[in-house]
Design a protein around this ligand. Sequence first.
Ligand SMILES: *[C@@H]1O[C@H](CO)[C@@H](O)[C@H](O)[C@H]1NC(C)=O
Ligand SMILES: *[C@@H]1O[C@H](CO)[C@@H](O)[C@H](O)[C@H]1NC(C)=O
Ligand SMILES: *[C@@H]1O[C@H](CO)[C@@H](O)[C@H](O)[C@H]1NC(C)=O
Ligand SMILES: *[C@@H]1O[C@H](CO)[C@@H](O)[C@H](O)[C@H]1NC(C)=O
Ligand SMILES: *[C@@H]1O[C@H](CO)[C@@H](O)[C@H](O)[C@H]1NC(C)=O
Ligand SMILES: *[C@@H]1O[C@H](CO)[C@@H](O)[C@H](O)[C@H]1NC(C)=O
Ligand SMILES: *[C@@H]1O[C@H](CO)[C@@H](O)[C@H](O)[C@H]1NC(C)=O
Ligand SMILES: *[C@@H]1O[C@H](CO)[C@@H](O)[C@H](O)[C@H]1NC(C)=O
Ligand SMILES: *[C@@H]1O[C@H](CO)[C@@H](O)[C@H](O)[C@H]1NC(C)=O
Ligand SMILES: *[C@@H]1O[C@H](CO)[C@@H](O)[C@H](O)[C@H]1NC(C)=O
Length: 683
Amino acid sequence: MESPHGLLLSSFLLLTLSGAYAGDPAADLRRMAVIHSLIPAVPPSASRGAGSEAVNFTAAFRTSDNATLQLSVGILDNSTRQEMYSEWVDLGSPSSTVKVVSNPAAAYSVNNTIQVFVQCSDGQVYYLEQKPKHAVYFVTWYKLPGSLPVDEGGPALLVGRDSVSALAWKGRVAVFVRSMQVSSNLYWSTGVAKSFTPWQNLGGNLATDATVVYNPFSGYMEAYAVLSDGKVNRKDQVHDNKWQDWTVLGVSQPAMVNTSRPVAHAMSETIFHGMTEVFALGADGKIKHIWQTTCDNVVNPWGYCTWGLWGNIAGSLSNDIRVAYGYGMEKPQLRGQVNVLATGHNVHLGNEVFFVGKNGSLWHVWQLLRNDVWNGPDLIGRPAEGEIGSLPTIMQDRTGGWWRAYVITTKGQVGIVEQQKNLSISVEQMASGSNLTVSWRVPEDEAAGADWLGVYRRGDDENRNYLDFRYVQGGQNPKQPPVPKGSVTMAIYLPDGKYDLRYLVNRKFSDVMTTGVEVYNGPEDENWVQLYQGMAIGLGKEGLNITLCVKDGEATIKKFEQTWEAFLQREFWEGLKLLGVSLGDLVAALVQCEETAVAEALNKFVTDLMSCASAKQCTSFVVDLVKETEIWFKDSYEIFGDIRAASNNFRLLKAYKQGGVCVGRVVKACIDVDNNITKTVVY
Ligand SMILES: *[C@@H]1O[C@H](CO)[C@@H](O)[C@H](O)[C@H]1NC(C)=O
Ligand SMILES: *[C@@H]1O[C@H](CO)[C@@H](O)[C@H](O)[C@H]1NC(C)=O
Ligand SMILES: *[C@@H]1O[C@H](CO)[C@@H](O)[C@H](O)[C@H]1NC(C)=O
Ligand SMILES: *[C@@H]1O[C@H](CO)[C@@H](O)[C@H](O)[C@H]1NC(C)=O
Ligand SMILES: *[C@@H]1O[C@H](CO)[C@@H](O)[C@H](O)[C@H]1NC(C)=O
Ligand SMILES: *[C@@H]1O[C@H](CO)[C@@H](O)[C@H](O)[C@H]1NC(C)=O
Ligand SMILES: *[C@@H]1O[C@H](CO)[C@@H](O)[C@H](O)[C@H]1NC(C)=O
Ligand SMILES: *[C@@H]1O[C@H](CO)[C@@H](O)[C@H](O)[C@H]1NC(C)=O
Ligand SMILES: *[C@@H]1O[C@H](CO)[C@@H](O)[C@H](O)[C@H]1NC(C)=O
Ligand SMILES: *[C@@H]1O[C@H](CO)[C@@H](O)[C@H](O)[C@H]1NC(C)=O
């Protein structure tokens, strides 16, 4: 129990302390809160390139040298496509005696308004809220209700400055804070708009700041921190208002640094919905990690999920590299020992861990794919504005999933570190049937062997509607290894019009870069003539005037249309049978044209296809309908990619020549595979 005198005394102490901590937080403990405004605004006039129209912007908040909160507004520059940041706008502190000491944490509240929270010199949490009508205005300070306990020493008892976290959770904002106490505990409060619940003590006796993540699988939050036992502990929320006790995370936990908080990354996408991976800095200087292995709907002693074992991230950083690695290879040294790790993921959903090296450059260790091996540490670099003077804030871009690191430079500016990536084409306009060279450059951690390029009608957002495609190695079949920097030359036989070229990731229908081309001199022949010409090109018989040898081209078109319809209806066996029937017409035409060798090889393929499709039992084709449809010929060539491309050309665009090319080339690939196999058997 404190006497009123004690209270007075401690507030007096805080007063002097806030003076003493005027320079707090130390530059390299500082971390910005970065959040995209969902409400457009007319940017402040200080903004470079600002007009008077409302635009989308990114808000970057920092705690200043003067222990105030400051905002810099980032808007996209139309010409450079770079985000340009305004000068810092000072938002002050709750009062002349209540100064800002923690790093800010921001989240979306009701109606998409941003709330930004800080812990102040009196140990309490205050926030500012975005004005819906003037979205760059954050004016009035509000205090979260109730009173957090504070020990003598106040801010000096904090180790890091990431003492506050804010998350959007179930339509509310959940705020977590670490008390300024010798035995510091984690507290939480939730709020709807400006109505927050009183603080609830989650205990802990924290040595480090806590990391709180939302697990989309359980729908609940998970907190991680190093406690006074020196170990990474976790605390899982198991009901809206119930948390499990703090528990040491994993068995046989290695020794950890007790100044750097663990970080956690919840994977929120697709099949691995909601598995968390936790990273912590080991006492040996290596990055340690552990991850959830299975998640279930039933709470168990490990929350909703079970955990694997702690491991090192191979080739990790070290405080004394020569001791750890025994050779003089240049390895990064950390800039500090407090809250040094940050996480994110790349476009293939491999996890990444970031840290700032001693000379103010950003480094990372990374997985190429989810659950893949770890690479690095690799130097990423510095922002254009210069040396990094803060901890990084990692943001994921909402469309492609690329990461970006936001930092404060030693000169006090907002800096962005991202990797170079681009997609370009050799020409902006091309004649149908001529060559187009597509070039790209993606960072190594963002390049997978099954990345691909797709051609689309401009504005068609459905990535399954590709009209032509190439894997990054140039063919229609994905092969290792990845091609971070490369180009592919492709002839396009599409009709007149505007088309998009998209770079898509890892056999998935998820695009990350787009460029465009306009096609002129499109084919004007009759549809069936286009189809046969296309098939001849696909077969590598471009010079052959195949249309002279065709009996009833219109009938062939109908047969193909029925084939595509069957595939669309997911009647794959019927589709394969109809494909055989349609290709029968091509065999007949080739025979007429005395292209005997191709005709025979194709006929053999068609026979194989027909018997396979009718008997539904075959050695040559493997049909995998479980995830995305895949149909493999002789276990070595995937044919559905071309089938879908051909179908899209017929269906969406009546682009019969391009459709024919897709048919011709997949058939040729199969014949080639077949020939090779036969040869192996014979000789
Ligand atoms: C602003 O962002 C919203 C949501 O991301 C988007 O729909 C809108 O097109 C953007 N507006 C501008 C002018 O970029
Ligand atoms: C801190 O405050 C002083 C006095 O008001 C001012 O001169 C200085 O520019 C401020 N520093 C920052 C980083 O805002
Ligand atoms: C930027 O581009 C958008 C659309 O392309 C346009 O509406 C806007 O006026 C441009 N802004 C400036 C400042 O040029
Ligand atoms: C959210 O927006 C709705 C509709 O404009 C408004 O009625 C409501 O008061 C807003 N809520 C808050 C908390 O501002
Ligand atoms: C961190 O560990 C050191 C010893 O390694 C110990 O002296 C110190 O008290 C620990 N800090 C906390 C907050 O537990
Ligand atoms: C920073 O240090 C790394 C090695 O630790 C070095 O490769 C890099 O060039 C340095 N960057 C600058 C800008 O000095
Ligand atoms: C793409 O990025 C690479 C690497 O940064 C660069 O050398 C190249 O000039 C860029 N190409 C284009 C078209 O911007
Ligand atoms: C397109 O490029 C390929 C090689 O990349 C070449 O063999 C072919 O002749 C070119 N076609 C045209 C029409 O230029
Ligand atoms: C194919 O033959 C027809 C009929 O003789 C002719 O009109 C057409 O120009 C020829 N096409 C090509 C590409 O040689
Ligand atoms: C067939 O064999 C030849 C020569 O060995 C090779 O170049 C070609 O790539 C093979 N084709 C296929 C489709 O495997």
